[in-house]
Design a protein around this ligand. Structure first.
Ligand code: PLP
Length: 312
């Protein structure tokens, strides 16, 4: 047990009282969060049968919107959920929700689409006939600064990533039970987040973010087979390639992860979050994280370019 430490999550944000009164989009209606409801017959509630995207708004523009929409529409197509609108329709719904909330900057959004309301409380998708349920939650959100200095603690967990022919890890599905179990196991081991292995025992990803290590000037991440095809993961790989930082998608074991000079997580919410320790073993020496700092700076510039924001 790693006791007496302050526990974090990669989704820690500074408290913002304005979030108590946000307005939420539910199938075309925009209502106060206390009034925002979906049916108990909804496929998302009943089965976790739906897909979602997490996105960030800077300077009135959604960062990497096309990439998020590609993943979202692909996922919905793969499980035969008819989105009921195109990319422009989604953008319009997002724009309306942001306007209703008077939000333009430092906003995180969870866009969720389920197969919709079922006629009966059973599994078969044909029981969901009334069209999808679309919900958009937007919150004022800045990742907690303390995460950058303290870093996240990880514990390797027994729950592994699945093979793509069971529930493909690329589905950003409402059902995240595999990840939730991993997170519980990490919490029970006294860590903030779970480090998950692939079915062969190689290091893969955490329960909520993609995972990278830095060794001797090289950046390593797992092969893409068992992890979320994270938008931030791909941006970090692209940035490394464009800036002559050696980057590899490869199999590696805990042996190499424990001995890394630096380690970090990637995700839309927190961008790049340093890892302080894995299974109680401190990562790196003397708390210096020059590669993470370099990648964070490149990523900030990329967000500025993508959103026209001077201050991501
Ligand atoms: C399991 C998992 N890994 C990684 C990510 C990060 O993906 P992205 O960078 O697209 O936010 C997510 C986010 O949805 C996730 O659920």
């Amino acid at each position: 047990m790693q006791s007496n430490t302050i526990s974090h999550s990669t989704h820690d944000a500074s408290e913002d009282d304005r979030n108590r009164d946000i307005k939420i989009y539910v199938n075309g209606e925009i209502v106060h969060r206390d009034e925002a409801k979906v049916s108990v017959y909804d496929s998302g509630f009943m089965l976790g049968d739906g897909m979602w995207e997490g996105m960030r708004l800077y300077n009135g523009k959604w960062a990497f919107f096309d990439e998020h929409m590609d993943r979202f529409f692909n996922s919905c197509k793969a499980v035969s959920i008819d989105v009921g609108m195109d990319k422009a329709g989604i953008l319009d719904a997002l724009t309306r929700t942001a306007a209703a909330n008077n939000m333009t900057h430092d906003v995180h959004c969870r866009l969720m689409l389920t197969r919709g309301i079922k006629d009966k409380p059973f599994q078969h998708p044909r029981l969901s006939r009334s069209g999808p349920t679309l919900v958009i939650i937007m919150e004022h959100s800045k990742p907690a600064v303390s995460l950058q200095s303290a870093g996240i603690t990880l514990a390797t967990v027994p729950q592994v990533r699945g093979l793509p022919m069971s529930q493909d890890a690329k589905f950003n599905s409402h059902s995240k039970l595999n990840c939730v179990i991993a997170c519980l196991q990490a919490e029970q081991a006294g860590a903030d987040e779970g480090l998950m292995l692939d079915p062969h025992g190689f290091v893969n990803t955490t329960n909520a973010c993609n995972f990278f290590i830095v060794r001797r000037g090289e950046v390593w991440t797992s092969k893409p087979d068992y992890c979320m095809n994270g938008v931030t993961r791909q941006k970090v790989i692209d940035l490394c390639r464009q800036n002559d930082i050696p980057v590899f998608e490869k199999n590696y074991s805990l042996y190499e992860a424990y001995g890394a000079d630096e380690a970090f997580l990637t995700g839309t919410f927190g961008a790049q979050t340093p890892v302080a320790s894995i299974d109680g073993k401190v990562i790196g020496k003397s708390g210096e994280r020059p590669m993470i700092a370099r990648i964070q700076s490149l990523y900030k510039s990329l967000i500025s370019e993508n959103t026209g924001s001077s201050q991501p």
